[in-house]
Design a protein around this ligand. Structure first.
Ligand SMILES: [Zn+2]
Length: 494
């Protein structure tokens, strides 16, 4: 790529709020209902109906504004954005143009290049549109279940200079918002979408003409779209041509974008204040209430986990990547650290239990989530069962290898590990006779390796331990087998 240009990116991020009801009526917002079953005269734009702002939407917008260091607008307003399309029954979308609820914030991101502050121009509240289905016979159907679902649009300054930085910003925003509990921010399910505004320029020059790529639904497509568009614009400029201000659609399959329409300006929508909604007045008390009731954010949780559970910073960062994972860790750790109820656990035992919980999550749980293609918020097992599994290893009931096998079954079926171990006969063999006869059996059949060992190749011992373990279906303690093998081999060498 031509390095004499720099890329300038601003984002418009749409986040779907997880309120129980829509922004201006009492209809439910959950997915999965029959088409048009979550609708009423308000969200289908019937004449004579009046919208009423859902207070939860306002509170969520303020919470996000406070988390991103924004100024909260004390007297705001809703505006009508006029456009004509069947997904929009009113022929206008209720949005905010002149007095958005939040302005002038910033979010700090960290990439390989270091830390950088990204300005937030504004955050506004608006309603989502319905969905169109185009059937093969040429007819189209419309479902207004999504019509009126609350959205926040978060607009950044053009402070980002690569797709990687844009993704770092989106990741940070997603973590912040999901910790606030106001949206699940799942890109793959469309509850978080990004429009990428991009231009190129030579350093020191004024901003170039920008294009907008709409509705990118994954971090990967944000990076790919930014790279492809940077190259396309540089190629145009180098060829002496102009970049047109337009809206483009990025095609994931071909990795290229194509023009959808010339980019519209705000004036194209003939915005005007919505006369049906009174001004949005925000009191000091409301802001203070939201500030004081804000849930713990990720940075605070990292520090608390380090202090309360004595874990390394590395662990704490991974465990807090999503709120769900951190909640899971904490529940499992508290149960595992409480011991078996028979004797008071020592401080040392407790902190080793915490570390074991952390290790299982960072190792096994995240690996299985990835292998099963699950979302990072999806944890199909209960924290009680993980704590129980750790207790069983601490009691010396199962080996580490068996524990990992049981973990995988628990992950898929959320079964009780103790019952499962008993049922499948997986507990460590306490019967010394069984172990002894397995050792003798191995010594009798593995004559080659035994001879090698006796001739001085001590490394062979590991193999013999492994074979014995295998014969015992890993249900014995490796140390015990090793000691017994050594004893027998020593007897033979004498
Ligand atoms: Zn409705």
């Amino acid at each position: 790529m031509n390095n004499s240009y720099e890329t300038v990116i601003g984002l418009e991020v749409h986040v779907e709020l997880s309120t129980a009801t829509k922004i201006f009526c009492g209809c439910r917002t959950d997915f999965g209902g029959a088409p048009n079953s979550h609708t009423c005269p308000v969200c289908t734009g019937m004449p004579g109906t009046l919208p009423v702002l859902n207070k939860k939407v306002l509170e969520a917008a303020i919470a996000v504004g406070l988390a991103t260091g924004c100024e909260i607008t004390r007297v705001g307003r809703f505006d009508r954005k006029n456009y004509f399309y069947p997904d929009n029954p009113q022929n206008y979308q209720i949005s905010q143009l002149y007095f958005p609820i939040c302005r002038k914030g910033s979010v700090e991101i960290e990439t390989k290049a270091g830390k950088k502050s990204i300005g937030i121009t504004e955050i506004h509240m608006e309603e989502d549109a319905g969905k169109l289905y185009h059937a093969e016979d040429g007819t189209s159907l419309v479902d207004y279940n999504r019509s009126g679902v609350p959205l926040l649009e978060i607009v950044t300054e053009p402070d980002l200079s690569s797709g990687e930085e844009a993704v770092a910003f989106l990741e940070k925003l997603r973590t912040m918002i999901s910790y606030l509990g106001v949206s699940d921010c799942k890109m793959q399910e469309g509850s978080m979408r990004a429009d990428v505004n991009l231009s190129v320029r030579k350093p020191g020059e004024d901003l170039g003409t920008r294009t907008e790529m709409k509705n990118l639904g994954s971090f990967r497509s944000v990076i790919r779209a930014a790279e492809a568009e940077t190259k396309r614009q540089i190629d145009l400029l180098e060829a002496g041509e102009q970049v047109l201000q337009e809206t483009r659609r990025f095609d994931e399959a071909s990795g290229t974008s194509f023009s959808m329409r010339s980019k519209e300006e705000a004036r194209d929508y003939r915005y005007f204040p919505d006369p049906d909604l009174p001004p949005v007045v925000v009191s000091d008390e409301l802001i203070e209430k939201i500030r004081s009731e804000a849930p713990e954010h990720r940075e605070a949780r990292i520090l608390r986990f380090e202090k309360e559970y004595g874990l390394p910073e590395y662990d704490c960062k991974i465990l807090t990547e999503t709120k769900t994972l951190g909640d899971f860790f904490e529940e499992a750790a508290l149960i595992a650290g409480a011991g078996d109820g028979k004797a008071a656990p020592t401080e040392e035992n407790v902190s080793s239990s915490y570390k074991k919980v952390s290790n299982y999550i960072m190792g096994e749980l995240l690996r299985l989530q990835k292998e099963r293609g699950m979302d990072e918020d999806e944890i199909p097992m209960s924290p009680e069962h993980l704590a129980e599994l750790i207790r069983m290893t601490e009691e010396g009931l199962i080996t580490g290898t068996v524990a990992k096998q049981i973990f995988e079954v628990m992950f898929d079926k959320d079964c009780d590990p103790r019952a499962y171990a008993n049922e499948q006969d997986l507990c460590i063999l306490k019967n010394e006779g069984v172990i002894e006869s397995a050792v003798d059996q191995i010594l009798a059949t593995e004559t080659g390796p035994v001879a090698e060992y006796l001739s001085g190749k001590e490394k062979v011992l590991g193999y013999l331990v492994g074979q014995t373990m295998k014969a015992l279906q890993v249900k014995a303690d490796a140390g015990e087998i090793r000691a017994l093998l050594l004893k027998r081999l020593k007897d033979r060498s004498e």
